[in-house]
Design a protein around this ligand. Structure first.
Ligand code: IPE
Ligand code: IPE
Ligand code: MG
Length: 247
């Protein structure tokens, strides 16, 4: 925080005690566009731009991990034109991100099964991860074709395969061992999960990892979710008492 010239205005946030890991369901792009009489794709473009702003800010305040929900395993149900517009925006974002990487120095990871993406997009995701491997500071995880249930099933299958090969015994499956089979292997659980847009549901996001996360819901739509809105979420988090089942 010392490198920020002055403390941000708005809700009182203790920047010396931030959550380690914040996760965001970037929802409300379509309604944001509709309110303005624009096509839904304009909302996705505004949402992508806001992601860039918030991710950069998270890095600046010293957050360790930011995980964002960009495209779910269920989002393929949308009209083909909308899906292809989202994929087009993703390509544009990744190309720009690769171009700015040395400046931004944000470590990027993807959670989700990338195989249904075009080879070009998969290659961009791979390059983004590869280039940023050695960056230190904030790690941004982008959930793409991600579903919490799909992730848990994949982990269960992978463990079963290891057992069938004689490399593992069923008794060896502890919570920590299971973590190692998830897309999020090695990443601490989210402390705070934020959902803008007014929906009060998890929509298949980080089902295993959010067991003890604090939740913050707001009616603000994702493209309008500013730094000040993030401050409100962080301040609310800091006012919570986390007991993890204890007293
Ligand atoms: C979130 O915004 C983006 C994706 C799910 C890809 P939506 O597109 O779901 O926006 P609303 O919920 O329809 O407003
Ligand atoms: C969740 O939003 C997925 C993402 C933001 C990527 P949705 O808009 O798909 O969720 P539902 O359909 O309202 O539950
Ligand atoms: Mg939505």
């Amino acid at each position: 925080m010392a490198f920020l010239k002055r403390r941000p205005q708005g809700a009182e946030v203790d920047f010396d005690h931030l959550p380690r890991h914040v996760a965001i369901i970037m929802d409300g792009n379509g309604r944001w566009a509709k309110k303005r009489g624009l096509p839904r794709t304009a909302g996705h473009a505004a949402g992508a731009e806001n992601f860039r702003t918030i991710a950069t800010y998270c890095k600046d305040i010293g957050l360790e991990y930011l995980t964002v929900y960009a495209f779910s395993t269920e989002n393929w149900k949308r009209p083909a034109e909308e899906v292809s517009a989202i994929m087009g925006l993703l390509k544009k974002y990744l190309l720009e991100a690769i171009g700015r990487m040395e400046r931004d120095r944000v470590k990027m990871h993807f959670f989700g099964d990338l195989t249904p993406l075009t080879p070009e997009l998969r290659e961009l995701c791979r390059r983004t991860e590869e280039i940023s491997t050695h960056y230190e500071g904030c790690q941004v995880n982008i959930c793409l074709n991600y579903g919490g249930r799909d992730e848990i099933l994949r982990a269960a299958r992978a463990f079963a395969r290891d057992c069938a090969r004689g490399e593992k015994l069923p008794e060896e499956l502890t919570e920590a061992a299971f973590d190692g089979y998830l897309f999020s292997a090695g990443v601490p659980d989210p402390d705070l999960v934020i959902r803008p847009s007014g929906e009060i549901r998890i929509s298949n996001f980080l089902l295993w990892q959010s067991a003890y996360a604090e939740f913050y819901f707001t009616d603000v739509l994702w493209p309008d979710f500013t730094k000040e809105e993030l401050h409100k979420a962080l301040a609310a988090y800091q006012g919570r008492s986390r007991r993890f089942g204890g007293v």
